[in-house]
Design a protein around this ligand. Structure first.
Ligand SMILES: [Zn+2]
Length: 382
């Protein structure tokens, strides 16, 4: 496992919405494809609808109905130069910890997938096993969106190896990232009524959004989530130029963290209407647009076959994650999905990202049990 992880970490696969950091994931996909072919998988590479022609990998071993999907993403976030104690592309080890960019999120999970596959290969698989590795999870999720658009494999159950410290996750919030722009009319500040102040207009919009957030909190409350309500965060604000000039322009960027069961489009529409209402009569123009495509909320039923199987294996109930994953897209494609992986989210997207060897071994055991359950015995235990 160390050798495989060393190789995966040594291949840079940064994805970013910022052009200067963004890299192709072809080299890492080709390495994964090689290993999978060596394990008897049929491998298909799919070009994702992404700027750099990045690739998704869909590999299958065995045939027939049912089976299991082990899924993950190939990309990492960019790293902060100078803030790492070791080279982010060289696997380092200290006691129980392995260090390197992506070890937790989520190259380590692939290594555990391979080990689990090798452990169960000597048995007769009656049902297929898929391994899916996507592009651009960290920068808009174009990989999984492409997969959903072009048709997902005919599978039923999928485990996504995102970093959950091996606790099962069956729900998380969705995210919509939005921008509101306001155009007013400049003028001399000595008489503000002679212009239309875009900053003053944005202040009213922000009040309206905060009021909306409060109302949403009384309407939707799910104690399983932390925080238990839909939240809206103001992330950036810009506008105006000079203190003695009426501000002709302002913009506000914010994100909305959605609870399951709340529809993004309807919520966006209502927010826009309230923003427009707030600036009515001011003589400004207001527009709202999504900065990135939204990620829907994810919720699998507590009674799903996969959730129950995983809970039985782990001996504890599946819960929530504070971060978004590709799970809602696989769910939209009709799969029964659980997020469960060896990395720790606390160290993901950070300098000195680390992975516990103990946790990695635990992941191998759990994945091997799931392969046994779904590919060797079958879902009905037959
Ligand atoms: Zn991840």
């Amino acid at each position: 496992m160390r050798e495989r992880l060393r190789q995966l970490v040594s291949i840079p696969s940064v994805s970013s919405v910022l052009e200067e950091y963004d890299q192709s994931n072809r080299p890492i996909v080709e390495l994964l494809a090689n290993w999978l072919e060596g394990l008897g998988f049929r491998v298909e590479l799919q070009t994702a609808d992404s700027k750099r022609g990045k690739l998704n990998l869909v590999a299958c071993r065995g045939s027939g109905e049912g089976g299991l999907v082990l899924a993950g993403h190939t990309d990492t976030v960019p790293y902060e130069e100078g803030r790492w104690a070791s080279n982010p592309f060289e696997l380092a080890e200290d006691g129980d910890w392995l260090y390197g960019l992506g070890v937790s999120d989520m190259k380590g999970a692939f290594v555990a997938f391979f080990e689990a596959i090798e452990r169960t290969m000597e048995f007769n698989w009656k049902h297929p096993l898929w391994v899916i590795a996507t592009a651009d999870e960290e920068s808009g999720m174009s990989g999984v969106r492409t997969l959903l658009k072009r048709g997902m494999p005919k599978a039923r159950f999928a485990v996504i190896g995102e970093p959950t410290s091996m606790r099962a996750v069956r729900m998380h919030k969705g995210v919509a990232v939005e921008r509101i722009e306001i155009w007013g009319r400049s003028g001399h500040s000595s008489n503000p009524s002679q212009g239309a102040n875009a900053i003053e207009a944005m202040r009213r919009v922000m009040n309206a959004i905060t009021q909306f957030e409060k109302e949403l909190a009384t309407k939707y409350l799910r104690s399983e989530f932390h925080p238990p309500t839909i939240t809206i965060n103001f992330g950036f604000i810009r506008g105006g130029d000079n203190p003695n000039r009426i501000a002709p322009y302002s913009e506000l960027g914010f994100d909305i963290r959605l609870l399951p069961g709340v529809e993004i489009a309807a919520l966006r529409e209502e927010l826009l209407q309230r923003a427009k209402e707030a600036v009515k009569g001011m003589g400004v123009e207001l527009q709202m647009a999504s900065i990135a495509p939204a990620i829907p909320p994810f919720e699998n039923s507590g009674t799903s076959v996969l959730v129950r199987a995983v809970e039985k294996l782990l001996g504890e109930a599946a819960g929530t994650a504070s971060f978004a994953t590709e799970a809602p897209f696989y769910e939209l494609g009709g799969w029964d999905v659980v997020v469960l992986g060896p990395g720790e989210i606390e160290s993901a997207h950070q300098p000195n990202e680390r992975l516990s060897l103990t946790m990695l071994h635990r992941a191998v055991e759990v994945y091997a049990s799931l392969i046994t359950r779904f590919c060797i015995h079958g879902v009905d235990g037959g």
